[in-house]
Write a protein of this length. Structure first.
Length: 425
């Protein structure tokens, strides 16, 4: 058979785009070549519904070893006692957590999407908001999670689950404080660490496992693995509200979560992706990952400083992690205009609502910037200054096509210093 050049030419075009641009989308990263190589392999052919040792199909002895290796490595990464590596994505992982903990119509409390939360934390457009009764806390005028509001809503509404975690929040979380109010009302604390997971794995942020009952994450953001989701427990526990098993015993949360992933919300697992997850977890355990995490934080600090020096307003005034949210209203720009203009210069980021935004989610007053991807490319603190100067030049000349075109050339030249997948030719 002939190679499908139509598709492979497009894939090569995407490789060129990734190589020649500055990638600042906070949720993106570049996996190692090994992670990608593992994904394009034969376990993709295998049906393996069920779990290692308990499958519904024959011939699973090898994929059992792959999945067990991924689980064992992940348990080491986060020092936890149980993990499920099958969720196809972060949203799927969260869907399974809801299914394991909540019955339709029951109340839960999460960070509002417009304040930095995620769709799966109760957006009316998402299953979480449609199926369950979503309550929301926000951030204060200073851009910090409003713990007092969280506690007040928790005490008055008594939700069954409190979610901490966000997609556009640049500060660390006070998990201990959330657990304290959850214990008052008997709620489950669920941490969705999709964004900062890699920094937590590197021991550079507060450890949610110290205080949260259940933790989910994506594997493709700061963890630098293939696209996917995971669910973890440090301490297994009995879910007091769950249906009892046929012998009348309460089920353990680990078994409810396994059931909620399969058969609850998914069919066959993606064993080729699970193989790639195992490779990524191995890379995290190999010792150099902590230095990566430290560089991510150093770069984010340098980027924040360079932006503030040019008069940009950062929500909460700075960052503890890998990202920052910028309110562009003092620069007379919308998030949409900024994203579209920077895109023309091959600087990629996303528009983002800022807390108390007066513009629609399609326009927004802000942009979100993250440094995990450029840090993987090899950038250091001094390079953040260069990147910010290019961003500023584009934004301050947003209607001058000649300036934008010149920055696009600068970007391309600058990125030649940071080779991406040279092995791919
Ligand atoms: C990215 C993200 C998710 C969802 O991940 P997908 O893999 O895109 O489904 C879930 N929760 C949070 C907080 C996220 O940032």
């Amino acid at each position: 058979m002939q190679k499908d050049t139509l598709v492979f030419d497009l894939i090569n075009k995407e490789l060129d785009r990734q190589r020649n641009g500055i990638e600042l989308i906070a949720s993106e990263n570049f996996t190692s070549l090994q992670v990608m190589q593992a994904m394009g392999t034969v376990p993709t052919n295998k049906y393996a519904e069920g779990y290692p040792g308990k499958r519904y199909y024959g011939g699973c002895e090898v994929v059992d070893e792959i999945e067990t290796l991924a689980i064992e490595r992940l348990k080491k990464v986060f020092n936890c006692s149980w993990a499920n590596v099958q969720p196809h994505s972060g949203a799927q992982a969260n869907g399974a957590v809801f299914l394991a903990v909540m019955k339709p119509g029951e109340k839960f409390l999460g960070l509002d999407l417009s304040m930095g939360g995620h769709l799966t934390h109760g957006s009316p457009a998402n299953f979480s908001g449609k199926t369950y009764h979503a309550l929301h806390y926000g951030v204060t005028k200073d851009g910090i999670v409003d713990y007092e509001q969280l506690e007040a809503i928790a005490r008055s509404e008594k939700p069954k689950m409190i979610i901490c975690g966000a997609s556009a929040y640049s500060r660390d979380w006070d998990y201990k404080r959330i657990r304290a109010v959850a214990d008052e009302i008997g709620a489950v604390v669920f941490a969705d660490i999709a964004h900062p997971a890699g920094l937590i794995a590197a021991g550079l942020l507060n450890d949610p496992f110290d205080h949260c009952h259940i933790v989910s994450s994506t594997t493709h953001k700061t963890l630098r693995g293939p696209r996917g989701g995971i669910i973890m427990l440090r301490h297994d526990f009995e879910n007091p509200w769950a249906l009892k098993d046929p012998k009348g015993n309460l089920r353990m949360m680990s078994s409810l979560l396994d059931l909620a992933v399969f058969p609850g919300t998914q069919g066959g697992p993606l064993e080729h992706v699970i193989a790639a997850k195992a490779v990524a977890f191995g890379e995290i355990l190999d010792g150099s990952f902590k230095a990566y995490g430290q560089q991510v934080i150093a770069n984010a600090q340098a980027m924040a400083k360079a932006l503030v020096a040019r008069g940009y307003q950062l929500i909460s005034g700075g960052t503890d992690n890998h990202l920052m949210l910028i309110d562009l209203r003092n620069k007379n720009l919308t998030g949409k205009k900024a994203q579209e203009t920077l895109d023309k210069a091959h600087i990629t980021l996303n528009k983002n609502a800022v807390p108390f935004d007066d513009k629609s989610p399609f326009v927004t007053s802000g942009i979100r910037i993250g440094v995990p991807a450029v840090t993987t490319r090899g950038m250091k603190e001094a390079d953040m200054e260069t990147v910010v100067s290019m961003i500023d030049k584009v934004l301050m000349n947003a209607d001058d096509e000649a300036v934008i075109a010149s920055v696009k050339i600068e970007v391309r030249e600058f990125m030649q210093q940071f080779p991406l997948y040279p092995e791919l030719g």
